[in-house]
Design a binder for this molecule. Structure first.
Ligand code: VGL
Ligand code: ZN
Length: 208
């Protein structure tokens, strides 16, 4: 794969809480780190995202008496799946994984910081209208093609890639640089959305 000035790698949510031992561990989540480290040098531009929730966040089952992770609740912005408390601002679980070493990264974008609305996507919060600012940032930097890696494939990576398409960017997901949560058909669902919205699925062998 030929990479150029207008290509950027977006490393999504490689945080302690999404890795083994964390609060919302993605199976084999830390396995993405070696793959990301191997391909990172090919990219001129790298951006990182960080899931960054206040205590009592609307995506936490603990915020609703009697609810448990995996339940769904109806919020003003639509249906919200509930998770264990995770990536609470300022906690160790919210830190980027210590083995992820990308000092050249140009931006760390935090998302999900509003108590009343979640944000799987790095571009728009879960109402699909509140911007995180990343669309404007990427346009101003003249990025045209976004490559995605990280956690979780079927949530934050997938929703980010789909929103990149909505915003008019090309979107490429590096499958083996991601790991999935895989609940209730979430992998099949995101992959059918990828196909519908021209999100390209590739793997890291294309970059070495
Ligand atoms: C994520 C569930 C809740 C993710 C974030 O990074 O994919 N998943 N918050
Ligand atoms: Zn979250």
């Amino acid at each position: 794969m030929n990479l150029a000035r207008h290509d950027a790698l977006i490393v999504v949510d490689v945080q302690n809480d999404f890795c083994p031992g964390g609060a919302l561990p993605v199976p084999d989540g830390d396995a993405v780190i070696d793959v990301i480290q191997r391909i990172a040098s090919r990219f001129e531009h790298i951006l990182l995202t960080q899931d960054w929730h206040p205590p009592g966040h609307c995506s936490f089952a603990s915020s609703y008496p009697g609810r448990k992770p995996g339940d769904a609740v109806k919020l003003a912005c639509g249906e919200q799946r509930l998770w264990p408390d995770h990536c609470v601002q300022g906690t160790c679980g919210a830190e980027l994984h210590p083995h992820l070493k990308l000092p050249q990264a140009e931006l760390i974008l935090r998302k999900g910081f509003r108590k009343e609305i979640d944000s799987y996507s790095a571009f728009f919060e879960n109402d699909h209208t509140t911007p995180t600012g990343l669309v404007s940032y990427c346009r101003e930097r003249n990025f045209q093609r976004m490559f995605f890696a990280g956690l979780a494939y079927d949530f934050c990576v997938g929703f980010s890639a789909l929103d990149a398409r909505t915003a008019g960017f090309e979107a490429v997901v590096i499958g083996d640089a991601c790991r999935a949560i895989d609940v209730e058909g979430s992998v099949a669902a995101i992959e059918s959305d990828f196909a519908r919205h021209q999100v390209v699925l590739t793997d890291s062998s294309q970059f070495v």
